[in-house]
Design a protein around this ligand. Structure first.
Ligand code: PBG
Length: 325
């Protein structure tokens, strides 16, 4: 035999030498849920180990993470129903606890990287990412609302905006609005290829943000489509996106790979709530080994081409990296 690939797997030293993908904590973004009551720390049933944090607990979580070398976070608000309306006005209200929290985190941890969620659903009485009229999600009417939300987040000190709404033209609209207001240094990580996925279930439970009627299929992508992601990517790049995201990650590794091959901005992937829940459930049952299955899952996403991964596993991964030294 001329060729014996097993020679390159002979020992840990050799495997380490030829390893093609090395995931580092610095590539991870840790999603955190935020609620108004400053003292809150509420467990989320379908996301064991994740919480709805009040400001006190949020600051503690950020501090612990940063001590582990995990410096990037994406924040999602859980808003009381009484504060929701048709135009998501609480999203840019001076009162908004989410904006206060962004300010508080950036004041206390200026070296952190904070990313926001830009979409109407946490604030909308309809539970949709866009403005609803007569049962339709209106695209162009949504854009000025997203702009107001984004400017309020920029004022609060956000580093990266994360438009997760999938309205057409929103990246360009946000870029123009930011530049006009003097926020040319605020970046945009576009949810470029966001699919209408069943794997967002636990997230919607966590934030009580499920649509009141209908589904999100007229704006989020059809899971059956691959080439369409390249079209979305070309538009987002053209409109000035600084990063392109694929979401979810695991069922869409081919899309991550396509974007990596075709685009010259950093590619991120969102290892979503359902992917986390799926693994945690199997671990709870004793069917999978967490310490092995979790890094394998994250590494597969990086191997497919993700430069950055948003994941609820981020803190545990950072802990494991620190233990290994
Ligand atoms: C909403 C939003 C969703 C997620 C992030 N932003 C849910 C949705 O589109 O319904 C899902 C994240 C996850 O499942 O972890 N704009």
């Amino acid at each position: 035999m001329q060729h014996r690939p097993r020679r390159n797997r002979k020992s840990a030293a050799i495997r380490g030498m030829v390893r093609e993908t090395r995931l580092h904590t610095e590539q991870l973004i840790y999603p955190l849920f935020l609620v108004q009551n400053a003292q809150a720390k509420e467990a989320i049933t379908a996301l064991p180990g994740q919480f709805r944090h009040g400001l006190d607990s949020l600051l503690k979580e950020v501090e612990e993470s940063m001590n582990l070398g995990l410096n990037s976070f994406v924040l999602f608000p859980g808003v009381d129903d009484g504060l929701k309306d048709a135009i998501a006005s609480y999203s840019y209200s001076e009162e908004n606890f989410y904006l206060h929290a962004i300010r508080a985190v950036k004041e206390r941890f200026p070296e952190s990287c904070l990313m926001s969620d830009v979409a109407m659903d946490p604030y909308s009485s309809e539970g949709h990412d866009g403005f609803v009229k007569d049962g339709k999600i209106l695209n162009d009417e949504t854009l000025p609302i997203l702009n107001k939300m984004a400017i309020a987040q920029a004022q609060a000190g956000i580093d990266v905006l994360g438009p997760s709404d999938m309205m057409d033209g929103r990246v360009g609209a946000l870029r123009d609005a930011l530049d006009l207001e003097g926020y040319s240094d605020v970046a945009i990580m576009s949810y470029t290829a966001k699919y209408a996925s069943a794997y967002y279930g636990p997230f919607r439970e966590a934030l009580d943000s499920a649509p009141k009627a209908g589904d999100k299929k007229t704006y989020q992508m059809d899971p059956a489509n691959r080439r369409e992601a390249l079209r979305e990517a070309a538009l987002d790049m053209d409109e000035g996106a600084d990063y392109l995201m694929v979401k979810p990650a695991l069922c869409y590794l081919d899309i991550i790979s396509d974007l990596k091959a075709n685009c010259d901005v950093p590619i991120s992937a969102y290892n979503v709530s359902g992917e986390y829940a799926m693994l945690m459930a199997a671990v709870e049952k004793g069917w999978l080994n967490y310490e092995q299955a979790m890094p394998e899952m994250l590494t597969s996403i990086a191997r497919a081409g993700a430069d950055i991964i948003l994941s609820y596993f981020a803190k545990d991964f950072a802990k494991m990296q620190n233990q290994r030294g």
